[in-house]
Design a protein around this ligand. Structure first.
Ligand code: ARG
Length: 580
């Protein structure tokens, strides 16, 4: 399989630099030059290697560049090159090279993306908590996690999804007792309405103010942990109701979560003791304040005391860390994950650092695998404050999504009054949800972002609707037209060349994002692509092109652009309606 366009160019240029060095009696293999050679978009491309190499071997960079230029000008793919500045080389690529590369990627299902060595990747994402409303942090985790799944599967990996739902722990004592107080029927009704927060809050309030309730709640936790039949049945009712609610949200937000990947914390209950036994056997546990702990290098509190990873609490119970250790063991030893992703908000950074450090110490994490906390920042309201906090009584997630769809529906109705209600609704959903997802994915995920309907739904700017609209426009141009197989794309106009070079960059961007999970780079790329298309579209008539050949060539170019937009957005989990 051929390398990406940029990688091919890089190989050719490294070879030229190697020859130039040889003329200076320096032997350096092209492969050794490749890593120091960077190509940036300037002219068609700009190469920088003469600076680094010149410095290293004591040659004036401009001189070395001039020497390399002699060889570069002889390269077939390069039309013309010149030395610029302190030793850059600016190149214009030959149209015939670009055309043959375009043909190659248009015939490739994967648009020229390189085959990868398939890995087993576990993605832990969404992971809301039972009997609690999903908050905006879970929204981010769901959206980013879904993009990870789409991207990595498309790249050819085996992806195992895990929804690590918080479905166990002491709050269930009060929740179950509250359910009994309310009557199971009334509770079921309240919970199936998705009014999870008020249910939780009411239980909490009672717990905080009523001592006998507190006592009952405590006893209920003991019964739950002992597996008491009646208690388990009630617990199951709560969990089931929440699962239904989560699945409704997943369907609305159009992600690849259907319940098969639910692995609540309770899944690991019967594995926790064996984790403790195993760690004890390996001498990795220390007792501190009657709790069983792992002490890991480098984790200190503000007053310089070592912070333990609590594996078993002093009362014999297990917490969040224990469950994560059991899950880590399963993911590494049973699922044999090569790469583990945890898509969880930045506030849990320390938890994951400690979990991974523990995993390394135990040996579950080692040279053959890797674990990453895919952290993300908060979603802010227009006032710059958290849109919804862990305890905050703020906007409901579902209402947010409904509002996005509703707003999109207004635009769709204006633009496409001729479509049926059903079609309009389907497009509105793709656009509204797409806008929410894209707003999330188009900024560097570690930073916070402001949730702004007007901005995310705008048809102009770096938004999903802008990209979806570009695709829909291409689609309408291509309607009733045939794009010829093996059509050579000719690049006679500057706007055509720019679009072509951008298209050829897709494979490179995909590979970069696969490794870094910097989805905002893919978003930026797609925005640049749509902008390049827009310039091409306004400068180069397609259907009314001056001759048949130009028309066919432009149809093929537009079609490749449409495919790239569709694939690119699908990697972000975003749909591309045919019309808009
Ligand atoms: N349920 C947790 C929360 O809402 C997130 C769980 C993340 N996944 C994990 N393996 N710890 O904060």
């Amino acid at each position: 399989m051929k390398k990406t366009t940029k990688a091919q160019l890089s190989d050719m240029l490294s070879d030229c630099y190697a020859k130039a060095l040889a003329d200076h009696d320096i032997e350096l293999a092209a492969e050794q030059i490749d890593p120091v050679l960077q190509l940036s978009r300037h002219a068609d491309f700009q190469a920088n290697a003469a600076m680094g190499l010149g410095k290293r071997f004591g040659i004036v960079p401009r001189e070395l560049a001039a020497k390399a230029l002699e060889y570069i000008n002889a390269v077939d793919a390069i039309e013309q090159a010149e030395v610029a500045g302190p030793g850059f080389i600016n190149m214009t690529l030959r149209n015939s090279f670009l055309s043959s590369e375009l043909l190659r990627i248009s015939k490739d299902d994967r648009l020229g993306a390189q085959a990868v060595e398939p890995k087993t990747i576990v993605v832990d994402y969404s992971s809301p908590n039972v009997a609690k409303e999903m908050h905006v942090g879970h929204l981010r985790s769901t959206v980013i996690g879904d993009a990870c799944v789409c991207m990595l599967e498309w790249m050819g990996h085996k992806v195992i999804r895990r929804n690590h739902i918080g479905d166990w722990g002491t709050p269930f004592g009060m929740l179950i007792e509250h359910m009994y107080d309310q009557g199971e029927h009334a509770s079921t009704k309240a919970l199936s309405l998705g009014d999870l927060n008020s249910f939780y809050r009411a239980a909490r309030e009672k717990f905080d103010s009523d001592e006998t309730f507190q006592e009952r709640a405590r006893n209920r936790v003991v019964a739950l942990q002992a597996g008491d039949e009646e208690t388990m049945r009630s617990w199951n009712t709560l969990v089931d109701l929440s699962r239904k609610y989560f699945l409704d949200v997943y369907e609305k937000i159009d992600v690849r979560l259907d319940g098969t990947e639910f692995r609540g914390e309770s899944t690991y209950n019967d594995k926790l003791q064996s984790v403790v036994d195993f760690l004890r056997e390996k001498n990795l546990l220390e007792t501190s304040d009657a709790a069983e702990c792992m002490f890991l290098d480098g984790f200190k509190s503000r007053d310089d005391k070592p912070v333990p990873l609590i594996v078993q609490k002093s009362d014999g119970g297990f917490g969040y860390a224990a469950t994560d250790l059991a899950a880590l063991r399963e993911r590494t030893e049973e699922l044999k994950a090569d790469r583990l992703l945890y898509v969880v908000g930045a506030p849990q950074r320390q938890h994951f650092e400690m979990l991974f450090a523990a995993g390394e110490k135990i040996g579950w994490l080692n040279d053959s695998n890797s674990a990453e906390h895919v952290a993300f920042g908060s979603v802010l309201g227009a006032d710059g404050k958290m849109l919804a906090s862990r305890s905050g009584v703020t906007i409901k997630l579902v209402e947010l999504l409904d509002q996005a769809i509703e707003r999109a529906a207004q635009t769709v109705a204006q633009k496409n009054p001729e479509l049926s209600d059903e079609e309009q609704q389907d497009i509105a959903k793709a656009v509204g949800i797409g806008a929410v997802k894209y707003a999330d994915l188009s900024v560097d995920k570690v930073s916070d972002y402001v949730f702004d309907f007007d901005k995310m739904l705008a048809l102009e700017g770096n938004t999903a609707p802008y990209l979806q609209y570009a695709n829909a426009r291409i689609n309408s141009v291509l309607k009733d037209q045939t794009v010829k197989a093996n059509q050579i794309i000719e690049l006679n106009h500057e706007a055509e060349r720019e679009l072509a070079i951008t298209l050829l960059d897709f494979a490179e961007v995909a590979a970069e994002v696969e490794a870094s999970l910097h989805f905002h780079r893919l978003a930026k790329y797609l925005f640049d692509l749509a902008s390049a298309f827009s310039r091409f579209y306004s400068k180069c008539p397609i259907l009314k092109a001056e001759d048949e050949n130009t028309r066919n060539s432009r149809l093929a170019l537009a079609s490749l652009c449409g495919t790239t937009l569709q694939v690119g957005l699908s990697l972000l989990g975003i749909r591309t309606p045919k019309r808009m």
